[in-house]
Design a protein around this ligand. Structure first.
Ligand SMILES: [Zn+2]
Length: 430
C-alpha cells in the first residue's frame, strides 16, 4: 500500500490517493497512513497519458530510438502507454513482428507498448497485410496504419476499413495524396513561394480525409485521421461528425504551436531542417483552427508523432533532411502553453484528449480511466507553475531533434505511475 498525498485531481481540491496492487484503492482528504508515502506537493493529477502515435524505431533503427529509450522518454512526458507505429525495419506487417515489439515492450518498457500493425505489406500500398493475424496475435492489434505513407488506393482503403470491423479495429490514415505531394518540402503558401521550396498543398491532406470519411461511412467502419494539420481538414471532420460517422482525429503538439514562417525566420536561422516535418508546419490561420477544433472536440486527441532521428539525418541541407520531430517529453507542456494557458481547455479536457480518448480509440482497456477507486493506478503528477527552457541534453530519448530547444515552456511532469509503480519521481526516471 502507498499513499500519494496532496494532489489535485484534474486541477480540483487537494486530496490523497491510496494505491495498492496496481489499482487505486481510495481517494479522499486526510487518508490515514500505513505504508509508503509520497508527497504530491499540490501537483495536478492526471490519468496516465496515452499516445496514439509514437515511433519507437525498433526493430531496425536502434540508432534513433529503442523501445527502452522511447518508453523512458514517454514516462518522462507523463505517458503510461504508447502506440508504436508500424514503419520499422522490418515493417510491423505480420503477427511475428508485432509480437516482437509487444514482447520488447513487456521486457524493456517504462510504459505499456501497444503495437500498431501496417495496413499494407511493407507499407507499399499494394496488398493488404494480414490484419486478422495481427489482431489475433499476443499483441492484440486494434490500430492499423501505414503511417509515414498514405493508403492512397481507394479500393485497398475500403477493404481495410471493411476488414477491421471483424475485430473492432480502426484504420489510422496518414492523409497525404502522393501525386499532389511529389518532392514536396514544406507547406504550399506564401513562404514556400518566397523560399523557392516545393509546396505541399493543404488539398493533398483534405482530399484524402474527405474520401476516407465517405468510405468509412459507406462501409460502416471506424476511421482515425492522423496528425490533422489544416483548417480545411477541420471543416471536413466537422461535417463528417455532424453526420454521425465514426471518425476520430488527432493533432500533434507541434501543429498547435509552430507555423511555416519558422522555415524562413527562426532563432536557429532559415532553412533549418529541425522544422521539417510530415505533415508540414502550416500557417497561423491553420494553427488557430486546429486549437479551436481540439477545444470543441472536432479533433479528439493530441498525439505526439514522436519521430526520433539521429543527428546526421537532421543536420543536413533542407531537401536531404529526414522529416520529423521528437515530442514525448514536451507534449504536455506544449498543450498547456497552447490550450490551457490560453483558456481553450481545462484539465478535465486535457485528460479527455490525452488519456481517455486515445485509450478508447485504441481499445486499450487498462488505460484512460478516471482517477477513482477501482481504476488501474496509472497516474501523472504535473506541476503547471514550473517554467524552464527546453534542454534536449536532459531528454531520455536517444534522439535530440526537438524544435523547442531554448524555448521556455510551462509545466513539468513530477511523477508518473504505471499500475501503482513509479516510473518517474521528482522529475527523474526511477
Ligand atoms: Zn504520419
Amino acid at each position: 500500500m502507498m499513499i500519494i498525498r496532496n494532489v489535485r485531481i484534474l486541477g480540483g481540491e487537494p486530496v490523497d490517493v491510496r494505491v495498492g496492487d496496481g489499482v487505486i484503492a481510495e481517494v479522499g482528504a486526510g487518508l490515514t497512513g500505513g505504508g509508503e508515502e509520497i508527497d504530491g506537493g499540490g501537483a495536478i493529477a492526471l490519468p496516465g497519458l496515452v499516445d496514439l502515435h509514437t515511433h519507437l524505431r525498433e526493430p531496425g533503427r536502434e540508432d534513433a530510438e529503442t523501445v527502452e529509450t522511447g518508453t523512458r522518454s514517454a514516462a518522462r512526458g507523463g505517458y503510461t502507454a504508447v502506440h508504436a507505429m508500424a514503419n520499422t525495419s522490418p515493417v510491423a506487417d505480420t503477427a511475428g513482428v508485432v509480437e516482437q515489439v509487444w514482447r520488447l515492450g513487456h521486457e524493456h518498457g517504462h510504459c505499456d507498448v501497444q503495437p500498431v500493425g501496417a495496413v499494407t505489406l511493407g507499407l507499399e500500398g499494394r496488398q493488404l497485410a494480414e490484419l486478422g493475424a495481427m489482431a489475433d496475435s499476443a499483441a492484440r492489434v486494434r490500430v492499423f496504419s501505414d503511417d509515414g505513407k498514405c493508403v492512397s488506393d481507394a479500393v485497398l482503403m475500403r477493404r481495410a476499413l471493411e476488414y477491421v470491423k471483424a475485430f473492432d479495429g480502426v484504420v489510422a490514415q496518414h492523409a497525404q495524396e502522393p501525386r499532389l505531394t511529389e518532392s514536396a518540402q514544406m507547406n504550399e503558401g506564401v513562404v514556400s513561394g518566397r523560399l523557392g521550396l516545393t509546396g505541399w498543398p493543404a488539398v493533398a491532406e483534405e482530399a484524402i480525409i474527405a474520401r476516407d470519411c465517405l468510405l468509412a461511412a459507406h462501409v460502416g467502419s471506424r476511421l482515425h485521421v492522423c496528425h490533422v494539420s489544416t483548417a480545411g481538414s477541420v471543416e471536413i471532420l466537422r461535417w463528417a461528425k455532424s453526420k454521425g460517422w465514426d471518425v476520430t482525429a488527432e493533432v500533434t503538439p507541434h501543429h498547435l504551436l509552430l507555423t511555416d514562417e519558422l522555415v524562413e525566420d527562426s532563432p536557429v536561422g532559415a532553412y533549418n531542417p529541425i522544422y521539417k516535418v510530415n505533415p508540414p508546419l502550416r500557417t497561423r490561420a491553420d494553427v488557430e483552427a486546429l486549437r479551436e477544433a481540439l477545444a470543441d472536440g472536432t479533433i479528439d486527441v493530441v498525439a505526439t508523432d514522436h519521430a526520433p532521428h539521429p543527428v546526421e539525418d537532421k543536420e543536413s541541407e533542407w531537401s536531404a533532411a529526414a522529416m520529423g520531430m521528437i515530442g514525448l517529453e514536451t507534449a504536455l507542456s506544449v498543450v498547456q502553453e497552447t490550450m490551457v494557458d490560453t483558456g481553450l481547455l481545462d484539465w478535465p479536457g486535457v485528460a479527455e484528449r490525452m488519456s481517455y480518448a486515445p485509450a478508447r480509440i485504441g481499445r486499450l482497456t487498462g488505460h484512460g480511466h478516471p482517477i477513482e477507486a477501482g481504476a488501474p493506478a496509472n497516474l501523472t503528477l504535473y506541476d503547471p507553475s514550473h517554467r524552464s527552457p527546453v534542454d534536449p541534453s536532459s531528454f531520455a530519448s536517444r534522439s535530440r531533434n526537438t524544435p523547442y530547444t531554448g524555448l521556455t515552456l510551462p509545466g513539468r511532469v513530477v511523477a508518473t505511475f504505471l499500475r501503482g509503480k513509479p516510473t518517474v519521481l521528482e522529475g527523474k526516471l526511477v
